[in-house]
Design a protein around this ligand. Structure first.
Ligand code: GDP
Length: 299
């Protein structure tokens, strides 16, 4: 696979190169902080977080009596790095247990593709994987998963279009248990325009899994499209309220010139980013490592 740095060229050029320019050869004054504020807001960090980051930066700069603006850049890099959690970044697959991975997110964010990529990664590691097509609302989602299933040799549990998603989940976990699968990945619907239906459906699925799971390992991952900016942050808040998430997959990072969303979401949820999607190939769903990420986008 290509080095992460090459996949993040767009973000690097769009945001981080401009960020560096704010600090090069300039005095540390209000004008510099204002310029920084504008840039952070434009880069999807969000208004509230931008203000908090700048306040923290000013404090640390004052405390350390920093005179050189390039040192301010280093402190900012440190502050942003601290906003991303480093714990449990890799997907936690426990041997000898059934690992259930519930995948939630709005339509079009890359949920199905990510499930396919994760399934094939796990297959490569010799795990026995099954997929539950519990987005019964979209016929295309079921077909897409079957396609991935064929390609990767993974069994897909489905029912007819429009059937009860809870039944698919139940079926998937029962099959996984009786056939001694290592991992069951469950796709869900993402109709955000009907919030209360979506909430009810996800709550029900969550309950069914909890009732069935016993000693199993249960991961709840939210997929977010990095190019949707502050909408992504709203989605993160909403889904985390419905199912207490265990991690996030940020897709399409190769297509965003902003990138601040990763700090905003990490800071809001305080949950680990598990994967970063940086392209359409299987190898382009990368296990997330905060230090590698920060080093790839900052100089
Ligand atoms: P779903 O509706 O959430 O299941 O979304 P899909 O899995 O169908 O993905 C929607 C589109 O996004 C597809 O064309 C994918 O190939 C594309 N996609 C998914 N992840 C990435 C990524 O990390 N980078 C890029 N460039 N495209 C992606």
């Amino acid at each position: 696979p290509k080095p992460l740095k090459e996949r993040l060229v767009k973000t690097k050029k769009g945001f981080f190169t401009k960020l560096k320019e704010v600090f090069t050869g300039k005095p540390i004054d209000d004008e510099m902080y204002e310029e920084l504020e504008d840039l952070l807001i434009q880069s999807d960090l969000g208004f509230d977080m931008t203000l908090r980051v700048i306040e923290e930066l000013e404090e640390r700069v004052k405390k350390a009596k920093v005179k050189d603006s390039e040192e301010v850049y280093e402190i900012l890099k440190q502050i942003l790095r601290e906003k991303i959690s480093s714990e449990n970044s890799a997907l936690d697959i426990v041997d000898g247990k059934l690992n259930i991975i519930l995948v939630v997110g709005v339509n079009g964010v890359g949920k199905t593709t990510s499930i396919g990529k994760i399934a094939s990664k796990l297959k490569q590691k010799n795990k026995k994987v099954i997929i539950g097509a519990a987005d019964t609302f979209r016929a295309a989602a079921i077909e897409q998963l079957e396609e991935w299933g064929k390609r990767t040799g993974v069994e897909v549990i489905k029912q007819s279009h429009g059937s009860d998603p809870g039944a698919v989940v139940f079926d998937t976990i029962s099959t996984a248990r009786s056939k001694k699968y290592d991992v069951a990945i469950i796709d869900t619907a993402g109709r955000l325009h009907n919030k209360s239906d979506l909430m009810k459906e996800l709550e029900k699925i969550n309950k069914i899994i909890i009732q069935q799971s016993g000693e199993d390992n249960f991961e709840k991952l939210l997929v977010i499209d990095s190019t949707t900016g502050q909408n992504g942050l709203q989605q993160a808040k909403l889904f985390n309220e419905i199912v207490d998430l265990s991690g996030v997959i940020l897709t399409k990072f190769d297509g965003t010139a902003k990138g601040g969303i990763i700090f905003a979401i990490s800071d809001e949820l305080k949950k680990p980013i598990k994967y970063l999607g940086v392209g359409e190939g299987i190898e382009d769903l990368r296990e997330f490592n905060a230090d590698e990420f920060v080093n790839a986008i900052f100089d």
